[in-house]
Design a protein around this ligand. Structure first.
Ligand SMILES: *[C@@H]1O[C@H](CO)[C@@H](O)[C@H](O)[C@H]1NC(C)=O
Ligand SMILES: *[C@@H]1O[C@H](CO)[C@@H](O)[C@H](O)[C@H]1NC(C)=O
Ligand SMILES: *[C@@H]1O[C@H](CO)[C@@H](O)[C@H](O)[C@H]1NC(C)=O
Ligand SMILES: *[C@@H]1O[C@H](CO)[C@@H](O)[C@H](O)[C@H]1NC(C)=O
Ligand SMILES: [Zn+2]
Length: 556
């Protein structure tokens, strides 16, 4: 997972916020002051099947399970399985730790490894098949990634990043929460079921890439092809990966927020080539000046619009909040959701819940790389800048490309440059030339996985999630222990970052990105002192266990 937006503090502190400038629109339909019964119905809870296997409560209550999970996760965190965009060859020494990781996994999950058919795809991609007895049931596919983000300065860490230190509550280390906890949670659930004598009715597939943090082409890219070749398009019941917004507490309710969509992504590269010379006799604008002018205009012209229209999945979550937690959210939220002012609604939410919320509804633009100049007395000749965009659901990568051309055209003219844009082989060795290109393979916004009450697969998934989290005791430190009053509401959301599922779109329409982690249950993903609360990890393990059981023999 690349980036999880920070949840708005206004919500978690329970203070109803009001937007200073949002005025509910005049054309608001009458009688819409509060949500009706049809809005955000809760799915029926799905009780665990009568399969004779132990209850998930055992994961939470049995101290030996906790100890075993600490040991498993710690040993896996100790393997420094980092990934990088800079090394393409899976056979290079760089990827050797993944071999060590596989040995550790084989050691930790002996029953699973003797039962499963394991294929290694493109050297380190892990493809496990647990063949079901009923070939008419579409397989379920669970995902995680084996790789972690590299460390910057290990000295900044409280405990060494690959020590897997456990302090009695938190397990520390790179990958402990992104996402070796997911990897270990899934494997542990299957190991546990097989140990109890489970033999699958529905085929279960586990698919673990090894370069998600470096775009995923080597791992997930090849794994997805492998599965499509074997099972064909649209052949899976559902796909569950890491990601999403976890479980968020709003007042007395808990919102589970799987990602049912992802923004797109595109990187634009502007490469300028100009005449060099002695810096004592410069032109009015050096190449660095011209590139700076481009950046200046990119950041100021044709700015992207935030928009929360009817097709945006986040709308459903907001409707649920207005219905089930009205005293904890903005008083204007429900009327605003009735209005057709989709831009005003998105702006009001960004103002009320924090600027980072904006990027759920708006394309982002970040100028991330710049380079130019080699010496203080020589004019720069080759200057380039690379800009990262995360494309909102109401836009696409063509819009980003067209906008860039529009914005640089007057600058190209002003400096009498020649210009090429998005051509396969740009002219080389041309002076006074600007070339605009796409830096890495582009990605359109993902198809939205349906969350309507007419989609039985989603309804069952929500019902299992609701049942589990309403029945488990709340872990210490995560709010009231009174489980009678607990209510879990499952709503789809959109991720601003991308996961390995970007390669899996052909396999099913039901793709969910969901780390079943409570708000506050993990910290510092991608940075110093990453850690996970073990009580929260155990709940995640329980969810995988319940989902596998709930779908194993289910037909619809
Ligand atoms: C899995 O089951 C299918 C039929 O249900 C069979 O064709 C296939 O050979 C089995 N694969 C393995 C690895 O057992
Ligand atoms: C950007 O410019 C620098 C300096 O001229 C050069 O080393 C680098 O390769 C360029 N990057 C790209 C992606 O063209
Ligand atoms: C613009 O550049 C072209 C060569 O690319 C040159 O022939 C022309 O004179 C230049 N015009 C100006 C106004 O500098
Ligand atoms: C999905 O299917 C389409 C159409 O068959 C194919 O062109 C594309 O390569 C597939 N996508 C992936 C990621 O495999
Ligand atoms: Zn991740």
């Amino acid at each position: 997972m690349r980036f999880v937006p920070v949840l708005a503090h206004v919500l978690t502190t329970g203070v109803a916020a009001r937007s200073a400038f949002y005025q509910p629109s005049e054309q608001m339909p009458m009688g819409s002051h509060s949500p009706s019964d049809e809005i955000c119905p809760l799915p029926a809870k799905v009780a665990p099947p009568n399969d004779g296997f132990h209850s998930s409560l055992e994961f939470i209550r049995d101290p030996s399970v906790r100890e075993r999970q600490v040991d498993r996760l710690s040993r896996v965190v100790q393997v420094p399985s980092t990934s990088t965009e800079l090394e393409d060859d899976p056979w290079s020494d760089y990827y050797a730790p993944f071999g060590d990781l596989h040995n550790v996994l084989a050691d930790l999950f002996p029953v699973l490894h003797s039962y499963a058919k394991l294929e290694k795809i493109n050297r380190f991609g892990l493809a496990y098949t647990f063949n079901g007895s009923n070939p008419d049931l579409k397989p379920v596919l669970l995902m995680a990634h084996q790789d972690v983000v590299p460390i910057d300065d290990a000295n900044d860490w409280t405990y060494p990043p690959f020590s897997g230190h456990y302090d009695g509550q938190w397990l520390w280390g790179r990958g402990s929460s992104d996402c070796k906890n997911t990897l270990i949670g899934i494997l542990s659930a299957v190991e546990d079921l097989l140990t109890q004598g489970w033999s699958p009715t529905r085929t279960l597939i586990l698919s673990f890439g090894y370069d998600e943090e470096s775009k995923g082409w080597k791992g997930a890219g090849e794994l997805a092809k492998h599965w499509e070749q074997r099972y064909g398009a649209d052949s899976f019941e559902f796909i569950l990966d890491e990601g999403g917004m976890g479980l968020q507490t709003i007042g007395d309710k808990i919102y589970a927020r799987p990602g049912v969509g992802e923004k797109g992504a595109i990187d634009l590269h502007f490469a300028l080539s100009v005449d060099g010379g002695h810096s004592s006799v410069p032109p009015h604008h050096t190449g660095i000046g011209i590139i700076s002018e481009i950046v200046y205009h990119l950041e100021r012209e044709q700015l992207f619009t935030a928009r929360l229209d009817l097709s945006h999945p986040a709308r459903q979550g907001l409707e649920c909040q207005a219905k089930h937690s009205p005293e904890y959210v903005e008083s204007w939220l429900w009327p605003a959701l009735q209005s057709s002012d989709y831009v005003g609604l998105a702006e009001a939410l960004a103002a009320s819940r924090g600027e980072r919320t904006r990027y759920t509804y708006q394309t982002s633009q970040a100028v991330d790389l710049i380079s130019g100049g080699v010496k203080i007395n020589a004019l720069p000749e080759k200057i380039n800048v690379t800009v990262n965009y995360r494309v909102a659901l109401h836009e696409n990568t063509d819009i980003i490309k067209a906008r860039a051309i529009d914005i640089v055209a007057p600058i190209v003219k002003k400096y009498n440059l020649t210009f090429s844009a998005f051509v396969d082989s740009p002219p080389s060795n041309l002076k006074n030339h600007l070339d605009l290109s796409v830096f890495s393979p582009l990605l359109e916004p993902a198809p939205i996985s349906p969350t309507s009450s007419r989609n039985p697969v989603w309804v069952r998934f929500s019902g299992v999630t609701r049942q589990l989290f309403e029945s488990l005791p709340t872990p210490p430190g995560f709010g009231a222990q009174d489980s009678e009053k607990k209510q879990i509401i499952v709503t789809g959301d959109v991720m601003t970052g991308n996961t390995d599922t970007r390669f899996y779109w052909n396999l099913t329409r039901d793709i969910w990105r969901f780390n079943p982690i409570r708000e506050g249950g993990s910290e510092n993903i991608h940075t110093v002192d990453e850690k996970i609360n073990i009580a929260v990890h155990l709940e995640g393990l329980a969810l995988y266990y319940e989902l596998i059981r709930a779908f194993d023999t289910w037909e619809h």
